[in-house]
Design a binder for this molecule. Structure first.
Ligand code: NG6
Ligand code: CA
Length: 516
């Protein structure tokens, strides 16, 4: 080897290494490329945290984020149920634009086109490693899933490098974890079969075998029995792969911690989609009875503990100063969501919706206005913000943070609001409940007239349906008690016009009334 080459060799090797790294677009964590974690709870209400006014439940770990970061009081999910909210969060597109974005069975195909932009895709293109741990509920596959083969397309095809998920909800089959498309711990000699239409011969069900149940069903939830809990949908086989409900929180926490440790040396994005306090509420025995409120309260304490442990991991790994955390919930609270689990009986003085009207499934505020916190140690100054923000804005905002040009169709860049530099509002917002939509602008919210029950009998929640237009001034009337539609026709007409400019005039289920 010539002398010059010998001298240059280290430089050539370093050069090759650097080229290879930039080929992978690998970056280091910096202020422009912090780690990003979205902690997403399932059915946690606006009033369920002590930092949001709860007096009967104490949630110190989430409170530490709320009090050490920005606690938003006007933060919204796009929808009052899970699938549409998750669709909006990941794509930055209003879920009412996608007719499939409604509560899905466990066998539903993926409802996000693999060509669609998503938060993980955008971040991956900027050199991030991306992972999801927890609840998915956006469909998997193309319509005929064989759970014994790789299940795709799914999160991996939408930008997640790593995906450790439950397919739908804790109350729906298949009750197994899926690791990058493969059912975890599946014994090939015991294949899984799933149907949402009919039972498999000889398999017990909640409806026919109440003697096998450790948790009774109230409405729905009377198909296959797994771990003594009757579920939605029928499942056969896959015994070794079935999850343990009481260990689910620890299991997902462990996976989230593993993910952080494995990717601490590169910018990462983790979507930690926790299952609490959705039904069935199955606290680990460590948390049983701890809230005095039955399993719903207990699993909120369990979730709070998990978040504390997760934060400890970030701290131990020296990542707290380089990690932006967004904490929020997919929709508002519900007590009886289909099982007899004492949620109603033991609620006592606790108000899961806080001062807000309605709850899960509702067009009233508690359906979509949820706890919403941003936390970044040393970077975000603690404060309370009343700025109007929505989960749908995260795509465009995070995009600006990491220097990407990507924008979500309905996603506003509110980065400065999310990191506390400004307190400007989103201009306006369309919220959704079961394909019905309402419109917020400034302090006002307008709910068009809709057919349907005023109160859902099963879950005992006011849904927001009325034969009349509803108009509320949320600044003066956060509990939506005074409908001003008749008194303030000018405001009503202005709201309808702005709403229809975004939503069009053909909104479903609307019983249009003549405005006099
Ligand atoms: C409903 C279920 C409810 C819950 C919800 C989805 C019945 C009667 N009710 O259909 O228990 O699973 O779907 O919740 O089956 S969400 O938070 O994932 O949207
Ligand atoms: Ca939910």
């Amino acid at each position: 080897m010539g002398k010059i080459i010998k001298l240059l060799l280290p430089a050539i090797v370093i050069g090759m290494f650097t080229a290879c790294q930039s080929g992978n677009k690998q970056k280091t964590v910096t202020e422009k490329n912090p780690n990003i974690v979205i902690i997403y709870l399932d059915d946690l209400g606006y009033g369920d945290l002590s930092s949001y006014g709860a007096t009967e439940l104490v949630t110190p770990n989430i409170d530490a984020l709320a009090n050490g970061g920005i606690r938003f009081t006007n933060g919204y999910a796009t929808s009052s149920t899970c699938t549409p909210s998750r669709y909006g969060l990941l794509t930055g597109v209003y879920p009412w634009r996608n007719k499939d974005a409604k509560i899905l069975p466990g066998t539903a195909p993926l409802i996000i086109d693999t060509a669609q932009m998503t938060i993980p895709k955008m971040l991956k293109s900027q050199g991030y490693h991306t992972g999801i741990v927890g609840k998915w509920h956006l469909g998997l596959g193309n319509g005929h899933v064989d759970w014994n083969q790789r299940v795709s397309p799914g999160p991996n095809e939408l930008g997640f490098n790593d995906a450790y998920i439950m397919a739908a909800t804790q109350d729906r089959v298949p009750t197994v974890y899926i690791n990058n498309g493969y059912v975890d711990n599946l014994d090939p000699n015991d294949p899984i079969e799933i149907s949402y239409k009919q039972n498999f011969e000889g398999e017990p069900t909640g409806k026919e075998n109440p003697e096998l149940l450790s948790l009774k069903w109230h409405h729905g939830h009377n198909n296959s029995i797994i771990n003594g809990i009757p579920r939605i949908g029928y499942m056969k086989g896959g015994v070794a792969a079935k999850w343990s409900d009481i260990d689910m929180a620890d299991h997902f926490l462990g996976k989230a911690q593993e993910y952080v440790k494995a990717h601490k040396n590169e910018p990462f994005f983790l979507y930690y989609a926790m299952q609490q306090p959705h039904v069935p509420r199955t606290p680990h025995p460590r948390f049983e009875g701890k809230s005095g409120m039955g399993p719903r309260g207990d699993v909120i304490l369990e979730a709070d503990w998990c978040i504390g442990e997760f934060m400890n991991t970030l701290k131990e790994e020296g990542l707290l100063e380089n990690t932006l955390i967004v904490f929020t919930s997919d929709n508002g609270p519900v007590l009886n969501d289909g099982y007899y689990d004492d949620a109603v009986e033991k609620i006592g003085k606790h108000a899961p919706s806080g001062e807000l009207r309605g709850g899960k499934y509702s067009l009233f505020e508690a359906g979509t206005r949820v706890p919403f916190i941003t936390y970044w140690k040393g970077k975000i100054e603690p404060k309370i913000s009343d700025a109007l923000v929505c989960q749908i804005d995260l795509l465009s905002s995070l995009s600006v943070l990491v220097g990407s040009e990507t924008k979500g169709m309905d996603s506003e860049n509110l980065l400065d609001v999310f990191i506390g530099k400004k307190n400007v509002d989103r201009k306006e917002l369309v919220i959704e409940a079961s394909t019905k939509t309402a419109f917020r602008k400034g302090d006002w919210i307008m709910i068009p007239p809709y057919k349907g029950q005023a109160i859902s009998k099963f879950v005992n929640i006011e849904l927001g349906n009325s034969k009349k237009y509803q108009l509320y001034n949320l600044k003066e009337d956060i509990g939506q008690k005074n409908n001003l539609a008749d008194l303030n026709k000018d405001k009503l007409n202005e709201m309808i016009a702005s709403f229809e400019a975004v939503r069009g005039t053909d909104y479903s289920n609307t019983e249009k009334l003549e405005l006099k």
